[in-house]
Design a protein around this ligand. Sequence first.
Ligand SMILES: Nc1ncnc2c1ncn2[C@@H]1O[C@H](COP(=O)(O)OP(=O)(O)O)[C@@H](O)[C@H]1O
Ligand SMILES: [Mg+2]
Length: 258
Amino acid sequence: MDTTVYRPVDLPPASSARALTKVYGRGAAAVHALDGVDVDFAAGAFTAIMGPSGSGKSTLMHVLAGLDQATSGTARLGDTEITALGDDALTRLRRDRVGFVFQSFNLLPMFTAEQNILLPLELAGAPVDREWFDTLVETLGLGQRLTHRPSELSGGQQQRVAIARALIARPDVVFADEPTGNLDSRSGAEVLSFLRRSVRELGRTIIMVTHDPTAAAYADRVVMLADGRIAGDIDDPTPESVLMGLDALRALDQPVVR
Ligand SMILES: Nc1ncnc2c1ncn2[C@@H]1O[C@H](COP(=O)(O)OP(=O)(O)O)[C@@H](O)[C@H]1O
Ligand SMILES: [Mg+2]
């Protein structure tokens, strides 16, 4: 198989935020979870959003994915301004254009692995592209597991099913929130390798939230958040460069300049 995926450099971002804010609560109790975020996420790239606990990673992902409303500013998926959409349009956008991978797998326990993977197509009334299904199953090493129910699978296998499910409808972007948070380090490494392969070999776009420098280093780029603001940006990260970035954040308590 030719595994080269052509990635044009002038493609518009798959996802972006401008002056994005999210405030929880009001008055003295107000929490500025996002405080004026400007960021672009390239199509065909694997980007990690990293930062300390409470820095706004999950909130940013939820607003970018249309799971949560912003307080002000704009979020776009491709050229669709999702911060301007009503509930019905948001529901359709999440169903048709976005894939999700969560820390807790979120598979349906009474369905087999295959049924779980095909669920998004079922819900959308979309036909199954068998070639794509087979490619995902092969890439994710799930060929021997398709008739198993989630309770008969290891955590790593369940998360690989969840990844196949997130990719089956070829969404514009897959958002993953701490996808290795419930896995031992070996299964975690496996899942991260599969996420990277789905970008490099299958041309997908993945935005992954993590607080783990080793996990972040699997990405093509790391965007760092601190106190609801963009605080750093690392291309071709290694665990060492990500750790250095985090240390710099702590030491300076102000934006890191590359
Ligand atoms: N539903 C909520 N209600 C009130 N505060 C929230 C809510 N969700 C998140 N927060 C607050 O917003 C900030 C950012 O949270 P979050 O995005 O979950 O951070 P992270 O994912 O980086 O740990 C934190 O201070 C958190 O306590
Ligand atoms: Mg979080």
